[in-house]
Design a protein around this ligand. Sequence first.
Ligand code: G3P
Length: 410
Amino acid sequence: MKGSLVRQLNQTGLYRRQPWPWRDGNHSRLLVGGARYFPAMVESIDQAQERILLEFYLVSSGRVMDELIDSLVRARQRGLRVWFLLDDFGSRGLVASDRQRLRDAGVELAFYNRLRVDKWNRNFARDHRKLLAVDGRVAFVGGTGLCDEFLPAPQGAGWHELMLRIEGPVVTDWEQLFARVWRWCRAQQLTFTPFRFSNAGYGLADAGRDGSSVHSASSEFIAERGGLMKVSTCEGPQQQEIKINFRRRINESEQRLWLVTAYFLPSWSIRRALRRAARRGVDVRLLLPGDLSDHPGIFYASRRYYQRLLRAGVKIYEYRASFNHSKVCLSDDWVSIGSCNLDHWNLRWNLEANQEVIDPQLCRQLQQQLRRDFEFSHQISLRSWLARPLWRRLYEFVLGYLAAILLRIF
Ligand SMILES: O=P(O)(O)OC[C@H](O)CO
């Protein structure tokens, strides 16, 4: 069944075999928390002059969507084109009246992989990406959903999240990525005129498959041309660029490897790479959600990996201020931020997309933010870990075992 889904997706052109290129001339800003990034997203929509593209997994009615729909309706009244790609499962919290408001305003909607009983396990294939692109000029990417959980408490659940606001030539690639999924859902080809940036960025032809020459770009070059960025994707088991690039960066890291994920069920090869990096003396830190996770079962299942990681010298932090939903990796001068949790399930079934960035300024910003996040976390020591009660061990073992069985079956 899995094989046929992959073939089917290949035939429809949803997959892209060639990696997206590295591009220079981009600028980015890290936005922390829904109270910062939702208003910035609405402001960008209000300033749009031509077109707006949205692709989001988790979309539910509430205050966030009310404001977003208002801004999309205003955009339509100004004569702009608006395309909104939703995941059929992730958007089940979007009520009929909101869908109708969007349709009435002339927003074009598409639903990825409509749920149907006869699709059996193909229903698991979901579009997990998170993207807002405006005029081919500005994009917002990161881990957020469009729902009130990401608003600060007490208006929402106060989930902790990071988003990146990007301006530059790489936005063209995000638009093309969007167009591929749109074509798969609606059998309709969208073509966008690229925005003309004054410092038009290049796809760096000499970057090589692993982007090695990009990494030797000097900070003067980056300061002059703007940050280097590339889109990186996962599209089912046969296209796992995000994971491959993560693993490569972990293996090549020299000083720092900080990984933040909301659901920590990484593959064996990623876990081994983390352990090896820590043994080489790299400062390897994992920032995980702790027991405020919205899926406690996954949290407990993920804990079965702690012992070997701690023994290898990996520092594990559990965030205590709220549910930390962010998904980001900082490896020396390289950042990857986006939709991918790096867990088995996501990698097997979902469309994922991350922004990879080489930009010292963003690295500094992210480092500062993560240092703050570590302060709001509890660091687990090997000694306290080994002393945890038996019932907890049992619980982790059973849930870990269940997770492994589920992954084998599906
Ligand atoms: O899948 P994520 O990481 O976007 O998180 C959304 C969760 O499914 C909510 O339970």
